[in-house]
Each structure stands twice: as structure tokens, then as C-alpha cells.
Design a protein around this ligand. Sequence first.
Ligand code: WTA
Length: 645
Amino acid sequence: MSETYEVPEQVRRGAAGPVRTREEYLDTYHQAQNDPSGYWLQCAKHHLSWRTPPTLGLQGSYHTIAEAPLRWFADGRLNVTESCLDRHLATRGDKVAILWEGDEPGNVRKLTYRELHAEVCRAANALAALGVGVGDRVIIYMGMVPEAAVAMLACARVGAVHSVVFGGFSADSLRDRIIDCGASVVITQDEGRRGGRSIPLKATTDEACDGQSVRAVLVYRHTGTPVQMVEGRDVWWQDVVPSAAATHTAVEVGAEDPLFILYTSGSTGKPKGLVHTSGGYLLWATWTCATTFDLREDDVFACVADIGWITGHSYIVYGPLANGATTLMFESTPLHPDAGRYWDMVQRHRITVFYTAPTAIRALAAHGTEPVQRYDRSSLRVLGTVGEPINPDAWRWYHQVVGEGRCNVVDTWWQTETGGHMITPIAPVTATKPGSATLPLPGVLPKLLDDKDREIVGPGEGRLCIRHPWPGQARTVWGDHERYVQTYFGTFPGLYFTGDGARRDEHGYFWITGRVDDVINVAGHRMGTAEFESALVSTELVAEAAVVPFPHDVKGQGVMAYVVLRGEAPAGLADQLNGVCRTAIGAHARIDRLAVIPGLPKTRSGKVMRRILRKVAEGRSDQLGDVSTLADPSVVQAIIAAAGS
Ligand code: WTA
């Protein structure tokens, strides 16, 4: 018998979300399975505010996806911000919408729904004055300030498509994204703040925009540090937003019109711009936020992710706001000024739902229980995790130490591509097992395939696919529908392939085992091995490179780079190569272990046998399997020696 935790009474009592009991879960699951189109159509009408409610559910299928992207609610018309803001004014105008906690503890700002609405209207008017209109792409390169959420919503208000780029990305990465989506406007700030340090967002923006077709850069003054302003291009947010009119008639768009593009890593060096839609995405963010966390009117909802990732889009901005919740935005890190920071915030803000990544939990657990117990956590009801598999020890620490066994832990499995939660406990409903993402949400139909591409029925482990569309599914890759089709539907025709492996146990519970493709997940940050490799070989020093993950106690996975040099290894090689990755990708792209090797393990046809590199990185050189097909089997000993394992 595996360890199971029933839902604590305090979590079950007073459930208010769309799915409150086990019976409701089963019933909803069957409805959504038997008639997905009709089920979600009815939900869309119920949960969102429309100008013209849709009459159509799903159009298209995985079998026809190459010819025509999926469409949900295609004849519906709306503006996303009316669901997130306007409809709450009458009933929740004075409720706090955004509760912001800055880098220094206690530096707090609160925006009510009325204030947020007015601010979004002003920003929308300012964007319109800069010529931003329907379908235009706007890059948002900001830190965690309320104005970042305002900027996203203002884009949506005028019908523009935003693309948020995480503030840790380098100028090169930012430039690639500006070019790929053809952005004409960038919204940034002078500097970001994080963990007591400043992040030069404007300077990086200048470098990225140099020579590009960006017409305007809107700059929010946050720290007040002097920055260069380019004449005729750069505009201070403070010069144009506060003085703009506080009313704005939202621009109506179609449900299938893109709301945003979000770039994510895949198995090539070029990030993919996944396109999420106004109707389907918003429904999925709204409905999953309400369902998984069992959102209640007096909740203080704290997702401590960054808005540069999908988690921030769906569970800091769109999901909580569409539900009229109070959403916390956190500018700092879990360790600033010390390991008690999260729990200090829980006590001061009476946080009820707390959502973070396993990496943060592992890092905090290493500091012991005292920094947690110093603070009152009695307000907490639901504890969520996302981004990477959570090991049972970290899960138990979260459940017992942080939540004192009174909360339900929801380990939510999903992806940038899925828009919102897919396999996850529903807080008041699902009994949990440490390390398992448990059961699929209604509308999510998982399928496991074995290594012979056969379906696994019942318990077993294989590659995780989804066999039917859901409203929150990304519709395409910006400008490259063929890549979308190839990446997600090319492996198993008729199925969406997630890139993850998973095990299903005898109770139908899912245990995500991690990526089975060339994506590395470091501290919940998704990066492609190919991105590292193309950065490394861009230097004169490196002839060839192969990058693989290895298990890391805190970060989940670490990055190991094998390089073949053109000449002798210079002093400070590791620092130099890390500098190259930082420039090409961003500050979060770090090589943890470097091995200089004489040659990559290649087959006679020139294919790199990554399996060998992975096993050696994992310290399992005794399990290399058959290496006789290598062109030069002697290279294996050299690799093991260089890796020091
Ligand atoms: C991994 C983040 C195990 C997985 C929302 C997925 C997880 C990738 C979990 C997506 C989880 C996310 N358990 N693994 N609860 N949540 N992952 O696009 O490998 O940044 O494919 O979206 O993170 O990362 P992404």
C-alpha cells in the first residue's frame, strides 16, 4: 500500500469551486469525456463574459490539425479584460485585485479592482496613442511589478498580442523574440529588483532593439536609476500613462484571436512562440484556477512564479483576475532576506493558497524548520507545486512542516503548451500521494504509450500523450504551423505528445517521471540542450558540444556540458563558457559541470549517442549498454575519466 493522504476536513469544508466532491468529479469527468465540445461550450458561457456568446464548441481534430488549427468557441466575441476587470466592478470594485510585495519585506502596494481597471484603461489609451492596435505584437520585458500585469492587460484591452519575455533573458534572446514575432513596441522598466540586486532591463532592451524595427519603447520608472532614452523611440510610462483617460472601450476580438505568444524551449536551438487564444485559453486559466485550488471569495492567492513563464500568465494574472480573486505578485526570492520570507508573507497577508516550485521547497527545506515555524501559517488551506517532479521527501516537508498536515498539497502537472493544469489533485476532492500529480482534470484524456508505441492499459510506465483537444491548448507556433504539427503530433499521429514520461499506478494515479526529449528542466526553468550547444559551438574555442541533464538535489536537474576543444584548454574555461551561455540565453542558463573530452561518442553514421553521455553524467557508467556501434569505442573511457564519475 502506498502512502495516501485523505483530504483534510478543513480543506473539504465549504468547498466553492466548480468541482467540490468526488461524485462531482466523476460526473464532470464523464460529461467532458462524452461531449467535450458541448461541455466546454456551456462552461465558456458560464465562466466568461462575452460580447457575443459562442454557439460553436470545438472545430477540428488532431487528425486534421496539419490542414487546419483547432478552434474553440470560434463565433464568440469578447475582450479578455472584461472578464478580468469590468465584470467585477459592480460586485468587487473595492476588493484588492493585485497585492504586490516588493523586493524588501513589507514594501507593499495594493490595487483594487477599480484601481486596476482604471490603470489598465490608462495604459490602453497610452498604447493606442503609440499606434498599437489589433493584432500588433508587443514585447513585455519587465520584472515583477504590478505594471507588468497592467501592461499585459492593456495589450489585451486594445486587441494587441503580448509576448512576455522573462527578465533573466539576455539581449540576444530578447532580440530573437522581437524579430520572430515582429514586435513594434517593447514595454520595459529602468531596472528590475530581485534579492537585493538590480537587473538592467532598459540597458538590455537597448542592446536587443539596436537595428531592429521597434518603433517605441515604453519605460516604467521603477528604481529611478538614470538610463539612456533614445530620442523619438523611448517614452516614459510615467509621462504618458497617468495622464491618459481612465476609461477605455475595450476592443472586441474573436475567441480564436491570439491573446499572447509565449516562447518556450524545445529540441532545437530556436525557441518556439506558442500561441494562446482569447477565448479557449482564458476559459482554461479561469476554470482550472477555480477548480484545482477551489478558489473562494475571501482567498488571498499567492503564486510566486514570474510572469515571464506560463505559470505567471495563468495563475498570477489571467486565472485569479478572471475569478475576481486577490492575487499576490512577489518581486523577490524565497531566500531574501532569509529563508523565512514566504512564511513571513503568509503571516502578514493571511495567504490562503500558496503556489510554488519544488526547487524552492527543496532549497528551503535545507534551512530547517525554524524559519517556517517562526511565522503563523494558520491561514493556509491549499499548497500547490508546479514546474518539475516533486520528490516525496520535499512533498512531505511541504505538507507537514509548512502546512502542518492541515492543507491539501496539489502537485499540478501541465506545460506552456497546455495553458493550464492538466493532471492535478482538485484541492477539496482528491486524496493525495507524495510525488504523484494524481488524476486528470475533467476534459483531459491521457494515454500512455510503451516503447513499441502501443497503448498501455492499466498500470505501467510510458510516454504521456493526450488524446483529445481541450480549450486551453496552444493552437500553433507563431509563424510556423508545420513545426507545431511536427513537434506535438508528429511522433504519434492523432495524439498530442507532451514530451514527458509518466507512470500510472493501480489506482489510476499519474507519476510524472520527467522529460523524455531534449529539454532540461533546471529549477523549473525549461531549456533546450540544443540552445546550450549552439551557444557553446559559437565560440572559437569549442569544436563540438553535447549537453545533458543530471539529477541535482536542489534544482531537480543540473546541466552537464561535454565539449571538444579546438586547441588547448585556456585558464578559466568554465567561466568563459558560462559567459557565452549567459550572453546567448540568459542569467539562468548555467553549466553546472563541464567535461573536456577528446571526441563525442558517435556512431559510424555520425549520430551522437546521447544515452552514453547521460548515463555518465548520472554516475551510471556501469550501465552504458552496447557501445560496439560507436565509430571509436575507446572514446568512452576518456569520457568517463573526464566526467570524473
Ligand atoms: C515539467 C510549466 C512533474 C514537465 C507549467 C513539463 C512537471 C514541463 C510538473 C513544462 C509536475 C511541470 N510534475 N513535472 N507537477 N509541472 N512539469 O512549459 O516536464 O515551463 O513538460 O510549464 O515541466 O514546463 P513549462
